[in-house]
Design a protein around this ligand. Structure first.
Ligand SMILES: NC(=O)c1ccc[n+]([C@@H]2O[C@H](COP(=O)([O-])OP(=O)(O)OC[C@H]3O[C@@H](n4cnc5c(N)ncnc54)[C@H](O)[C@@H]3O)[C@@H](O)[C@H]2O)c1
Length: 266
């Protein structure tokens, strides 16, 4: 495996499951010292151990991304233990099923925003000085196609659109600290986050030009690219990792429908 992150320290939030877990594994395989952060302690400890057993450098750290004090202590600990931080992946996120605007409670709205949006804000605010003092680095935020297009879950969509605003503002404000800030926007990814939404998963896979969802590893490879020096001239950017859903999905469906006619004419 190419050691693209050799000598780097990376913090990945939401690393106990799904995409965050894949990112932690890939980063470790790429030579990074990885701090896996999550509220799911047992799964995170287990994964960190599995990474170490496979020869990687990883440790788990309890972190509720919505908790300001928790962020402060985690960053302080990374600073004192490792002497620096180069990469932050704000990946932790929660969904809101069936949450259209007329039936979303304020409590659900606030809970979702506190994780998906405030979590990234706090992470960038708290980690950036340490990344600056480590000679700069990269921050990658995990958005969603729900933040690229209209979407039926208002709070979730708003949180992911908001994350794009944070990405672009932070990219501008942190450029003098040599910190690049970018975002990935996954479409359907087969993780525990969507596994209960069977009809949704099937419909979204069917409506995606590649006619399937992504694996967590496919997203992790894009996050690795944005985190490492191969993307050294990219900042403030959104990358959809969605099998073509956002950019070509509309006309792909039109084309598919037309081509299905026996005497089709475009
Ligand atoms: N799965 C998809 O189809 C999909 C699509 C687009 C975007 N996303 C986004 O990808 C990201 C990762 O999701 P996933 O699909 O891997 O889901 P997942 O449920 O497998 O993993 C999410 C992780 O975040 C952790 N988490 C939840 N709240 C937290 C908190 N307050 N503090 C710290 N950690 C917390 C969970 O414990 C879990 O380990 C999320 O931001 C999600 O919104 C997922």
């Amino acid at each position: 495996m190419d050691q693209k992150l050799s000598g780097k320290t990376a913090l990945v939030t939401g690393a106990s499951s799904g995409q965050g877990a894949a990112e932690a594994r890939l980063f470790a395989q790429s030579g990074a010292r990885v701090v896996l952060a999550d509220i799911a302690d047992d799964a995170g400890e287990e994964l960190a151990k599995a990474i170490r057993d496979a020869g990687g450098d990883a440790r788990f750290q309890h972190l509720d991304v919505a908790d300001e004090d928790n962020w402060r202590s985690v960053i302080a600990q990374i600073g004192s233990e490792f002497g620096g931080l180069n990469i932050l992946v704000n990946n932790a996120g929660i969904p809101l099923r069936g949450g259209n605007i007329t039936n979303t409670s304020l409590a659900d709205w606030n809970r979702l925003m506190s994780v998906n949006l405030t979590g990234a804000f706090l992470g960038i605010r708290e980690a950036s000085p340490l990344i600056r003092d480590s000679n700069g680095g990269a921050i990658v935020n995990t958005g969603s196609i729900a933040g690229l297009t209209g979407h039926f879950a208002t709070a979730y969509s708003a949180s992911k659109w908001g994350l794009r605003g944070i990405t672009k503002s932070a990219a501008m404000e942190l450029i003098d600290w040599k910190i690049r800030v970018n975002a990935v926007h996954p479409g359907l990814v087969h993780t525990p986050l969507v596994e209960e939404s069977v009809d949704f998963v099937k419909a979204l896979a069917d409506q995606t030009p590649m006619e399937r969802g992504a694996t967590s590893e496919e997203v992790a490879r894009v996050v690795l690219f944005l985190a490492c020096d191969e993307s050294s001239y990219i900042t403030g950017h959104d990358i959809a990792v969605d099998g073509g859903f956002t950019d070509i999905g509309g006309y792909w469906r039109v084309l598919k429908q037309v081509m299905a006619q026996p005497d089709q004419r475009i």
